[in-house]
Design a binder for this molecule. Structure first.
Ligand code: NAD
Ligand code: GLY
Length: 362
């Protein structure tokens, strides 16, 4: 088991990464004698709920579980209300710990429930997708979607503990593994060139689910995320900071929304969106053609798309203007100064943004 710590003063917490942790009582020892409400979904429950319940019971926790329907479409008020209903029906009090068992949808929903139930209860993340293990379970962003926009309602609520059992990735569909890999590659691009080189050397074995290599990639990704979040927990830095984690996300958001939610996975849209951000960085003189080519190849080796749908640049810009990363009306993009070094930039000429989009569409 590898242990990392996310350093947020009194809100610091450990991230445990390893094979078989769902069945390891030592990973959950802090729950001895506590009331626990597990929130999961109908896909993950048959695979892992009994195992986690067994381990929590073994450490002496009193466990209740709620199984929700699966899908981004359920990350909404109605499902959130089902969590509150369950907690109230089970007479859960302010000492109850909510444990999210699942991918980013379950993590975001349960985290928001934890942030708001009785003004806030303890929360633990047990992520079971690659995306959740390297990104969404760490850093405390929680929330739900609104019909007018993704993740528009939410709160920062840090978990007390993250337990990433790498064995759970064995049952993950290939497409979901690829989507998570887009976020792994992101860390190399924004702040960790040696990691990007390592990913270049090992992508085929990672996609073949080599357990040791996946564990290293998860650990390194979490270490990067932990450092970024520790430096700018609430994403308020005027420049750089936590916003750098959004490389490719503003273009990606336009792809997801423009194609219709659910058609592209988030990670797929991030991959194609990242290529757009890199093409724009090249047009502004910071990257070479070979850099953009190298990263596109790496995404393709992770079975990810590198071209967006041809929606037209104006439609992209319109959709991008609705992204949360728009600050005081300005489109603040994450671009690369060089591979391994990102920055936020609000001065890119519209003509260059349009050209980068058009170049990178199917
Ligand atoms: P997801 O939660 O929808 O999971 C993907 C699919 O895999 C689902 O069908 C799920 O049931 C299934 N699944 C989960 N674990 C499995 C396993 N071990 N074996 C088999 N199937 C499994 O999607 P995701 O990619 O994990 O997360 C996406 C969500 O995360 C989005 O809502 C996004 O907004 C959010 N997100 C949040 C943050 C954050 O910082 N909070 C960061 C990135 C993304
Ligand atoms: N996924 C971006 C963040 O956590 O800030």
């Amino acid at each position: 088991m590898q242990t990392l710590t996310i350093d947020l003063k009194e809100r610091s917490y450990p991230i445990l990464i390893g094979a078989g942790l769902l069945a390891d009582p030592s990973a959950f020892a802090s729950l001895a004698g506590r009331r626990v409400a597990i929130v999961t979904n109908e896909t993950v429950a048959p695979l892992y709920l009994a195992r986690l319940q067994g381990t929590l019971t073994q450490v002496g926790a009193g466990v209740t579980a709620l199984v929700l329907p699966d899908g981004e479409a359920y990350k909404n008020w109605e499902t959130l209300n089902r969590i509150y209903d369950h907690l109230l029906a089970e007479r859960c009090d302010r000492g109850t710990t909510i444990v999210a068992l699942g991918g980013g949808v379950i993590g975001d929903l349960s985290g928001f429930a934890a942030a708001t139930y009785q003004r806030g209860v303890p929360f633990i993340q047990v992520p079971t997708t690659l995306l959740a293990q390297v990104d969404s379970s760490v850093g405390g962003k929680t929330g739900i979607n609104h019909p007018r926009g993704k993740n528009m309602i939410g709160a920062f609520w840090q978990p007390r503990l993250v337990v990433a059992d790498t064995d759970t990735l064995n049952t993950l569909p290939d497409r979901e593994l690829s989507a998570g890999m887009a976020e792994v590659i992101k860390y190399g691009l924004i702040r960790d060139l040696p990691f990007l080189d390592w990913l270049d050397d090992h992508m085929e074995r990672l996609m073949a689910r080599d357990g040791e290599l996946l564990a290293f990639a998860i650990e390194r990704s979490c270490a990067n995320k932990a450092q970024v979040v520790a430096g700018d927990e609430l994403e308020t830095a005027k420049e750089g900071g936590r916003a750098l984690l959004n490389l490719g996300h503003t273009f990606g958001h336009a792809i997801e929304a423009g194609a219709g939610y659910g058609v592209w996975l988030h990670g797929e849209a991030v991959a194609a969106g990242t290529v757009m951000a890199l093409e724009l960085s090249r047009r502004l003189g910071w990257l070479g053609e070979a850099d953009v080519e190298r990263v596109s190849k790496l995404f393709e080796r992770a079975h990810l798309p590198v071209r967006g749908p041809r929606l037209g640049a104006e439609r992209y810009l319109d959709l991008m203007a609705h992204d949360k990363k728009v600050l005081e009306g300005r489109l603040r993009l994450v671009l690369l100064k060089r591979l391994g070094e990102a920055m936020t930039y609000a001065e890119a000429p519209m003509s260059e943004i349009r050209a980068a989009i058009e170049t990178c569409c199917e």
